[in-house]
Design a protein around this ligand. Sequence first.
Ligand SMILES: Nc1ncnc2c1ncn2[C@@H]1O[C@H](COP(=O)(O)OP(=O)(O)OP(=O)(O)O)[C@@H](O)[C@H]1O
Ligand SMILES: [Mg+2]
Length: 262
Amino acid sequence: MKPGGERQAVLEAEGLSLRFGAVHALRSVSLRVAEGQIHAVIGPNGAGKSSLLNCLSGFYRPQGGSVRFRGEDVSAHSPHRRAALGIGRTFQGIQTYPSMTARENILSGFHCRMKTGFLGALFYWGAVRREEEEFSAKAETIIDFLELEEMRHAVVGDMSYGYRKRVDLGRALALEPKVLIMDEPMAGMSTEEKGDLARFILDIREGLGIPVVLVEHDMEVVMAISDQVTVVDFGEVIATGTPAEVSADPRVVNAYLGGADG
Ligand SMILES: Nc1ncnc2c1ncn2[C@@H]1O[C@H](COP(=O)(O)OP(=O)(O)OP(=O)(O)O)[C@@H](O)[C@H]1O
Ligand SMILES: [Mg+2]
């Protein structure tokens, strides 16, 4: 923690502005994600939540503003470079390989971390084997962490939606992110599946020490697990604070909680 008790920022957006033709998806949006926190981004459909996450991970290039990761300006970095630095993410929907097993999917997450390339593989077979053993052990740790032991060798395409999302999360964790960005991870889940995932998200923060940025529509979940909430409406941040603070904010009540989604 910094002096004064304020937690260090891990990921910061400042004055992001993003347009798609006539659509102004983000208007000078700033966000500060602190170490050790679960930070929820909420707002009505089309408010700009996914656009904001995409600017953080580098998939969208805002026309204005900057993104800093652990104090470094990453605004010009590609998504791949940001992922390699430790900005991990899961997407809206599912990104797993359906014909592969849970373990294989998680192992695929390690690929962009492999040090030994093709030539290396020809000349340093021993190094490749050591790397493979290391990744295999790490995959097992993730399997245990996400309670996927029984599903280890099951084909992902045969799994329930909740389990597929869990494998998807395992793939993101394989990159050993220093911050994890999740876009609507609970969409389409049953109440029980949501409860499980909420528990894993809390464990990621507590047990793995990875802060999480999360877009979520389920207000009950958001209020229960978030440390900070940023509310976006029509591309603008209208409130940010603890769940209690934002839910008492009249602008939030008007724009969102009292609106069609609430
Ligand atoms: N790739 C794109 N091309 C054109 N317009 C886009 C693109 N991505 C987002 N937009 C527009 O930007 C605005 C914000 O969209 P965004 O997907 O960020 O909203 P959202 O808050 O994530 O909504 P939802 O809750 O429905 O997921 C919308 O008007 C959307 O149509
Ligand atoms: Mg979205």
